[in-house]
Design a protein around this ligand. Structure first.
Ligand SMILES: Nc1ncnc2c1ncn2[C@@H]1O[C@H](COP(=O)(O)OP(=O)(O)O)[C@@H](O)[C@H]1O
Ligand SMILES: O=P(O)(O)OC[C@H](O)CO
Length: 498
């Protein structure tokens, strides 16, 4: 009997690591998932242990292979997708990280950003990288590590340290230290990469005082970068053939391959991306310009609205306030009330991202009365995901001149039907949830599969996309406007309170 063949996708997210096997039809054959520790050493700081992340990768790979008795020769290639911007610096000789991974959400490099702004570098940063001066991106995190870890700068200058986003770290480990590599999408999130010239930017590296010797080689998103070292349990060299930052991977997995197509992912944060084709559209409304992928010998771009806190607000209700035990229960509670009764939660726990970019804002709650219950509170927190999405979509429509016809959605929180319906009501456009919700992992699998001939081209892939449920707008526009007006006032007040 002939054996089935698969692409193994490794999705290293902010809160968990997943390994998913995809078959030729782009369907999930098996998934293994593991959560790992979140460290909050100071208010507004978020860190991970890079070694724990690596262990979680090994454990989920073992999970998919052993549970389904998959032989390594059934894996045609590996695709990697990752939480972006999260920064690891390690010693080239020992392979040991010299500090925790500084997570994309973390604010500890705000004072470095302040200095860059004071030095008048905002326009240079924007025109070269498509990004803003904000602690979100990797560049100031690398500088923070070099400035704060004893001996790090000397070691970096002696060429002994390597920097990587999580894709780079995982490939370094999987290849037994053979490959120090990333792809265009991840490089485009570092604040150190020129997205037009497609090279590390010497001017910005000098301003950030980051030695170029630390940086990985940048390659297309679909490419054979390395092979797994036989030390790991594959027992044979499996090609690592796809890399994309998780939001770009989701854009690809959602088959948003035509200009003007948009997806929104509801995970820890919320990220809306619009494919802008070969044009790098610069935003006048607080969005980012980023590389969508490097494929078929060219680079395509996207406009992005990055929301820092989305599903993590639900986790905060669950773990911080202990309002329920499982995130999906948020829907049951929210359904027990007709509305929030005027309560708004602005979850600016680590500042506000797009389109406001206010690093110093912190979370706020408005409209609380003696009649406010836990149910109102939960509903208001869920609704905050949809309101933040509307803020970003309005900016995107202005920048692109395109008005959205439908929104493709994915990520952990799209299982929440109340949220999806409210999102459609608020945007007044249909929201389409696909059958395969793991579009991030799927996008990385597609990129890897294309590099090794498992799939022919992106059109074959796009034909796999199928809708599971469509949410149509039901709310009257006047009601929608009234609700959104309240949200805008709440955000304004949040930003004033410092
Ligand atoms: N039914 C649900 N309703 C609301 N939020 C949910 C629901 N299910 C999961 N979530 C949230 O989604 C997030 C997990 O999504 P996921 O895409 O796995 O995140 P990430 O890739 O950022 O780690 C968690 O923050 C969780 O609280
Ligand atoms: O891990 P996620 O899915 O929340 O994604 C994180 C983003 O890549 C941050 O830019």
């Amino acid at each position: 009997m002939t054996k089935n063949h698969y692409i193994l996708s490794l999705d290293q997210g902010t809160t968990s690591t997943r390994a998913i096997l995809f078959n030729k039809q782009g369907e999930i054959h098996f998934t293994s998932q593991q959560e790992f520790t979140q460290y909050f050493p100071e208010p507004g700081w978020v860190e991970h242990d890079a070694n724990e992340i690596w262990s979680s990768v090994l454990s989920v790979i073992a999970g998919v292979l052993s549970k389904r008795n998959i032989q390594p020769d059934q894996i045609e290639a590996i695709g990697i997708t990752n939480q972006r911007e999260t920064t690891v610096v390690w010693d080239k000789n020992t392979g040991e990280p010299i500090y925790n991974a500084i997570v994309w959400q973390s604010r500890q490099s705000e004072s470095i950003c302040h200095e860059l702004r004071e030095a008048g570098l905002e326009d240079e940063v924007r025109s070269r990288t498509g990004l803003l001066v904000d602690p979100y991106f990797s560049g100031t995190k690398v500088k923070w590590i070099l400035d704060n870890v004893e001996g790090a700068r000397e070691q970096a200058e002696a060429g002994e340290l390597l920097f990587g986003t999580i894709d780079t770290w995982i490939i370094w480990k999987l290849s037994g230290g053979q490959a120090h590599v990333t792809d265009y999408t991840n490089a485009s999130r570092t604040l150190m990469y020129n997205i037009h010239e497609l090279e590390w930017d010497d001017f910005l590296l000098e301003k950030l005082t980051v030695p170029k010797s630390m940086l990985p080689e940048v390659k297309p998103s679909s490419h054979v970068y390395a092979e797994t070292s036989t030390d790991h349990f594959f027992g044979r060299a499996v090609p690592i053939a796809g890399i994309a930052g998780d939001q770009q991977a989701a854009l690809f997995g959602q088959a948003c391959i035509e200009e003007g197509m948009v997806k929104n992912t509801y995970g820890t944060g919320c990220f809306m991306l619009m494919n802008t084709g070969e044009k790098a559209v610069q935003s006048d409304n607080g969005l980012l310009t980023t590389i969508a992928w490097g494929l078929d010998g060219k680079v395509e771009y996207a406009l992005e609205g990055s929301i820092f806190v989305a599903g993590s607000a639900i986790q905060w209700l669950r773990d911080g306030l202990r309002m329920f035990r499982y995130s999906p229960e948020s829907e049951e509670y929210a359904r027990r009330v007709e509305s929030t009764d005027g309560v708004y939660v602005v979850p600016a726990f680590v500042g506000l991202g797009a389109p406001y970019w206010d690093s110093e804002a912190r979370g706020a709650i408005f409209g609380v009365t003696r009649g406010t219950t836990k149910e109102h509170f939960i509903r208001a927190t869920l609704e905050s995901l949809a309101y933040q999405t509307k803020d970003v979509l309005d900016a995107m429509e202005k920048d692109s001149g395109i008005s959205l016809k439908r929104l493709r959605v994915d990520g952990g929180a799209v299982g929440n039907n109340l949220l999806m319906q409210f999102q459609s009501d608020l945007l007044q456009v249909p929201v389409d949830r696909p059958i395969v919700k793991e579009t991030t992992a799927l996008g990385a699998a597609y990129l890897a599969g294309l590099a090794v001939g498992f799939w022919k081209d992106k059109y074959e892939i796009a034909a796999h996309w199928k809708v599971d449920e469509k949410f149509e707008p039901e709310m009257e526009e006047a009601r929608r406007d009234e609700l959104y007006d309240g949200w805008q006032k709440a955000v304004k007040a949040t930003m004033m309170f410092k």
